[in-house]
Design a protein around this ligand. Structure first.
Ligand SMILES: Cc1ncc(COP(=O)(O)O)c(C=O)c1O
Length: 376
C-alpha cells in the first residue's frame, strides 16, 4: 500500500530523542528552546513559543489577543475542524467565510458581508500549503479595525510574496502533526513579533506560571513562581523538542522534494481537462503539504468512485478538505449555513500521496494508476 504520507525520520531523530531521555530532562526545556529559536529565525519572527499542538497554539493566541465570549472570529469552514473549534475553545464564535474556488483559501471578496458589530478578528488558513492573500485580508482588517491571526498549520517554510509565513500578522500558529512537512509527533508553535503576546502565551501554556520550570531549575537560587492568570498545560516535551530540532535541519530538503513531486503530478495530469491540478496565485508558491486534485463534473468517474478504485489498487487517497459547517456539531449549534464554493470543493476534491522519501517507482505507480482509473 502506498500511504497518503509518511514522516521522514532517520538516525538523527532517534539519537536526539534518546539524548533527551538520557539527560533526565524530558519536559519542555533546552531542546524545545532550541527548536523555538530555529523556527523563529526561519520564519523571521522575534518570538516562537512551542505548544502541544496547533489547536492549543490557536487557542492561546486567541486568548492572548483578548478574544473571548461575545466576540466573532471570521474563519473558513473549508479547513480541519480544529480551526473553528479553537475559536469556540476561546469562548468566541466562529463565523464561516466562503473560499476562492481556485486557491481553496478564504475569499477576500466574501469577508465584508460577514462582518458584524461583534466581529473582532479574521483568522485565515493557509490551506494544504498554499498561502492565503494576507495583504488583502490585512487591508480589510485595517478598514474595520479587526485583528488578524493566521492558522498556518500546514505551511511551515512557505512564503507569501517571497517572505516567510510567520511574521505578517499579530500571531501565527503552526502544526507539527505527522501529516505536516515536518513533525514532532504532536506539536505546535505560536510565532509573533509582539512581546506581550509572546509573554502571555508563555504563561498560558504552562498553567499561568510567570516562571517556567526550566528557568527555575537553572536560576541557581530559590525562585518561587506566581500564577497571575488562569493557564493550561499545553507544553511540548523536550523529547519532541529534540525531534523538532532535527526536523528543522531537514526542512529545506523535505520542501524541495515535495515541490518536485507536486510538479511531477502537475505535468502528468496536465492533458486531462476534467482533472484540475493545484492553482498558484501570483503571490505564493505551493508547498504541497497535500497534493489536491478536483474531479470536474465531466469526468468519466466521480470522486468517490476514483478514491475507491485507488484504494483497491493499493494507493491511499483522502477526500480534499472537510467543511466544518456541515459537521453535525456545527449544524446543531448554528443551523445550516450556506457556503456554495466550500460545499462544491469538499465534494469534488481528493488528495494523492505525497512525502519526501517517495521513490521514483511509487511516484510512477500513483501517476499511472490514477490516469488509468480516471480515464475509463
Ligand atoms: C488548517 C489546520 N488547522 C489546525 C490544525 C490542528 O493542528 P493540530 O493537529 O496540530 O492540533 C490542522 C491539523 O490538521 C490543520 O490542518
Amino acid at each position: 500500500m502506498i500511504p497518503i504520507t509518511k514522516p521522514f525520520f532517520d538516525e538523527n531523530e532517534e539519537r536526539a530523542a534518546a539524548e533527551a531521555i538520557r539527560s533526565g530532562w524530558v519536559v519542555q526545556g533546552p531542546r524545545t528552546i532550541e527548536f523555538e529559536k530555529m523556527v523563529a529565525e526561519r520564519v523571521g519572527a522575534k518570538y516562537a513559543l512551542a505548544t502541544s499542538n496547533c489547536t492549543t497554539a490557536l487557542h492561546l493566541a486567541l486568548i492572548a489577543l483578548g478574544i473571548g465570549p461575545g466576540d466573532e472570529v471570521l474563519v473558513p469552514s473549508y479547513s480541519f475542524i480544529a480551526t473553528a473549534n479553537s475559536v469556540l475553545h476561546a469562548g468566541a464564535t466562529p463565523v464561516f467565510v466562503d473560499i476562492d474556488a481556485r486557491t481553496y483559501n478564504m475569499d477576500p471578496l466574501r469577508i465584508e458581508e460577514k462582518i458584524t458589530p461583534r466581529t473582532r478578528a479574521i483568522m485565515p488558513v493557509h490551506q494544504i500549503g498554499l498561502a492565503a492573500d494576507i495583504d488583502t485580508i490585512h487591508a480589510i482588517a485595517r478598514k474595520h479595525d479587526l485583528l488578524v491571526l493566521e492558522d498556518a498549520a500546514t505551511i511551515i517554510g512557505g512564503t507569501y510574496k517571497g517572505k516567510p509565513i510567520g511574521a505578517h500578522s499579530r500571531a501565527v500558529c503552526f502544526s507539527f502533526h505527522p501529516r505536516k512537512a515536518i513533525t514532532t509527533g504532536e506539536g505546535g508553535m505560536v510565532t509573533t513579533n509582539d512581546e506581550n503576546i509572546a509573554r502571555q502565551v508563555e504563561m498560558l501554556r504552562s498553567h499561568g506560571a510567570n516562571v517556567s520550570d526550566f528557568a527555575r531549575h537553572t536560576a541557581g537560587k530559590v525562585v518561587i513562581e506566581e500564577y497571575p492568570v488562569l493557564g493550561y498545560n499545553y507544553r511540548l516535551t523536550d523529547i519532541q523538542g529534540a525531534v523538532g530540532v532535527e526536523q528543522m535541519k531537514k526542512l529545506d530538503w523535505i520542501l524541495q522534494r515535495r515541490l518536485e513531486i507536486g510538479e511531477r503530478y502537475n505535468q502528468a495530469f496536465a492533458d486531462l481537462d476534467f482533472i484540475e491540478t493545484p492553482y498558484e496565485p501570483a503571490f505564493a508558491k505551493h508547498t504541497y503539504q497535500s497534493y489536491c486534485v478536483r474531479i470536474a463534473h465531466n469526468a468519466p468517474k466521480t470522486r468517490d468512485e476514483i478514491m475507491a478504485a485507488m484504494q483497491d489498487a493499493g494507493i491511499a487517497t483522502r477526500r480534499g478538505v472537510m467543511a466544518a459547517h456541515l459537521e453535525p456539531f456545527y449544524v446543531n449549534q448554528y443551523g445550516r449555513v450556506s457556503l456554495p464554493v466550500t460545499e462544491q470543493a469538499t465534494r469534488t476534491t481528493m488528495l494523492l500521496p505525497i512525502y519526501a522519501q517517495m521513490t521514483e517507482q511509487e511516484i510512477g505507480t500513483v501517476i499511472h494508476t490514477f490516469r488509468k482509473i480516471v480515464i475509463r
